[in-house]
Design a protein around this ligand. Structure first.
Ligand code: HEC
Ligand code: HEC
Length: 231
């Protein structure tokens, strides 16, 4: 290494002292600029994070969130943030999708666990809720809406007159996810495959309600009636 000449050293010191005063306004600018930059970046980061995380959902729920029956994945587009967030948290902590008989829940559970923090859960839930609602196709054709109407009386207290959901009850809109999925969930609640975990407080409220439907035909009937209620 070449020794540094003493003159060179003193030159450096001098420049540093000379710079001290005029540098102050500049320093202020330099410290605020990155802050502004960071704020702007955060928005961009949130967007790209949402996109990156949703890319993990698309293989089953579709790019547009319309679902895929063959893998048991329901339509999720346009579900409210609070509901999506609540369900993702449940899948993550095992309140939902951990029962050994919950074949479809067990598929979804590891997916929710790709979301590493509450913040990621929120970001992806917001993205899901902003996807335009895709009206699900009718797949159950042997339900009797007339018979279902009487049974739907029990559901109104939490899901509302039009089955469009009530946030304060934790009860979701029933028009967005498709009839086959509603039937699957009613069976799960009735059989205790969903809603029986000690930590699943809202699921526990829904369970006895599914039990009021005596059999599969009754479930199809109530679903047929729900379909007649325009959201
Ligand atoms: C491997 C396929 C698969 C992937 C990937 C996947 N899911 Fe799912 N998801 C499912 C299945 C299957 C269900 C239905 C579970 C059940 O029957 O209880 C489900 C259910 C859900 C539900 C519950 C809907 C409701 O009405 O209760 C939400 C919300 C959801 N998924 C969001 C997501 C998000 C967000 C991602 C990406 C982080 C994702 N899923 C990735 C298969 C998947
Ligand atoms: C005491 C309130 C309450 C009543 C009454 C009620 N539900 Fe629910 N329901 C809920 C809650 C809360 C959830 C969400 C459970 C969760 O967080 O996993 C739910 C979820 C559901 C789901 C699953 C939706 C999805 O996207 O996964 C279906 C289907 C459903 N209810 C149908 C019905 C039907 C049909 C009736 C009437 C027979 C009914 N509910 C009565 C509170 C209720």
């Amino acid at each position: 290494m070449r020794p540094v000449a003493p003159q060179a050293l003193s030159r450096v010191k001098k420049t540093a002292t000379n710079m001290k005063r005029p540098i102050q306004p500049l320093a202020l600018l330099l410290t605020t600029l990155p802050l502004l930059g960071v704020a702007a970046c955060d928005v961009g980061h949130g967007e790209s994070l949402a996109k990156a995380r949703y890319a993990n959902c698309a293989p089953c729920h579709g790019n547009d969130g319309s679902g895929n029956r063959t893998v048991g994945a329901p339509a999720i587009a346009g579900l409210p943030v609070w509901y999506v967030e609540a369900q993702l948290r449940k899948f993550r902590d095992g309140s939902r999708g951990a029962h050994p008989d919950d074949i479809d829940g067990l598929k979804m559970r590891p997916m929710a666990r790709t979301l590493l923090s509450d913040e990621e859960v929120k970001v992806v839930a917001e993205r899901v809720s902003k996807l335009p609602v895709v009206r699900p196709a009718v797949t159950i054709t042997d339900g009797d809406a007339g018979r279902g109407k009487a049974m739907f009386g029990t559901c109104v207290a939490c899901h509302g007159e039009k089955a469009s959901g009530m946030q304060d009850k934790g009860a979701p809109d029933l028009h967005r996810t498709g009839d086959w999925y509603l039937l699957a969930q009613l069976k799960k609640f009735k059989g205790g495959v969903r809603g029986s975990a000690a930590t699943d407080l809202t699921g526990q409220q829904m369970r006895p309600m599914a039990a009021t439907l005596p059999n599969e035909q009754a479930m199809k009937d109530v679903i047929a009636y729900i379909r007649t209620l325009e959201p």
